[in-house]
Design a protein around this ligand. Sequence first.
Ligand code: 5GP
Length: 116
Amino acid sequence: MPDIFCKIIKGEIPADKVYEDDFVLAFPDIHPIAPVHVLIIPKKHIKSINDLEDSDIETMGHMFLAAKKVAADLGIAEKGYKLLIRTGRDGGQEVPHIHMHLLGGARLREDIGPVR
Ligand code: 5GP
């Protein structure tokens, strides 16, 4: 079964693109947790960071460059932002397709810790 982000890449599910190149796509998260919450995903289906191969180095480079461009375009580059990639169950990953959360537009809390 194709994951939800593969469907967005194919245009089967709509998303408001804020950035696209040959390697990556960026669009707002459907449930934002910050004033700016954009997801940056590779167009190649890669399940998680654990599944990266040496040949994915260019794709991952484009993910970070896309984050830089989107942050600048959305006016949050100077004040700063967070980039988050969840991996696997303990990391809280829900969608099995690598995605980078670009979070900003406000000072963000630091509340990562073990679930109690
Ligand atoms: P994860 O918890 O795997 O790191 O993050 C998955 C993210 O994908 C969540 O923040 C969730 O709100 C977002 N998401 C899930 N389905 C969709 C969708 O169909 N469209 C968009 N734009 N975001 C989605």
